[in-house]
Design a protein around this ligand. Structure first.
Ligand code: 6PG
Length: 233
């Protein structure tokens, strides 16, 4: 007998176009009517790049009110093609003009970044991806950051199984929980297995994310044929 599917913490929304849905959520959350200052925490990966390219073309966002932070980083040079800060600059910041502030991560100073995060709590929106192994941010299965001590918001980490390259700096679950809204973007058939594990209640890292609200934006390719079971009221 197969395991019954249950939605993850928060809301699961099946959308045709994940980057477009993501951009619409950011625009709504960051609208001036909603809040004077807005902290937007971004991530890395190919889905993130598509989301930020879409966001850069989205009208109605007052970027000068928005402070951009990063939820995890690879410990490489800032101009390395694997650096999340380079991804964020080229896909978004270089296109939208001045933002309120941009806070790239410095792998040598997790405490300094934790102070930046703490001073901005509650965070407006934290963007997260889902790795094929169930990781989110740089919270890898079996890694030390999964069980970071209480109070730690930003820690160094590494994938013990070496599926994901580079030393990392990452938000902890506690830091993500400072968000009013955490948004996962999950796109494509490569994500189906990890999403299925999440929906069947496996304790993958992404399943431990909590925030004021958690929103999962998933396309049909990622959800696969489980769609009917999940969407059933
Ligand atoms: C990163 C991440 C990571 C990412 C997932 C999904 O820096 O790579 O923040 O958690 O979001 O691995 O990435 P893809 O969308 O590229 O599969």
């Amino acid at each position: 007998m197969s395991t019954p599917l249950a939605p993850p913490a928060g809301e699961l929304r099946i959308v045709d176009d994940v980057p477009r849905a993501f951009a619409a959520v950011v625009r709504e959350e960051a609208s001036p009517a909603a809040r004077a200052r807005f902290s937007l925490v971004l991530s890395g990966g190919s889905t993130a790049r598509q989301c930020y390219e879409e966001l850069a073309t989205t009208s109605g966002i007052d970027w000068e009110r928005i402070e951009v932070l990063i939820g995890d980083e690879r410990c490489v040079r800032s101009d390395d093609s694997d650096a999340n800060q380079l991804l964020i600059r080229t896909s978004l910041l270089d296109k939208v003009g001045p933002v309120g502030a941009f806070h790239p991560m410095d792998c040598a100073d997790p405490g300094g970044y934790a102070s930046i995060v703490r001073a901005r709590a509650p965070l407006g929106l934290v963007h997260l991806g889902l790795g094929p192994d169930g990781h989110t941010a740089s919270l890898f299965p079996g890694s030390a950051a999964i069980d970071a001590p209480p109070g730690a918001l930003v820690v160094s980490n590494r994938d013990p199984y070496e599926n994901n390259p580079h030393d990392r700096l990452t938000f902890t679950f506690e830091a993500i929980a400072l968000a009013r809204l955490a948004v996962f973007t999950v796109s494509g058939p490569d994500k189906h297995a990890a999403l299925h594990r999440l929906l069947t209640g496996e304790a993958i890292p992404a399943a431990r994310v909590r925030a004021g609200r958690v929103l999962w934006l998933c396309d049909r390719a990622a959800v696969g044929s489980d769609i009917d079971a999940i969407a059933a009221p």
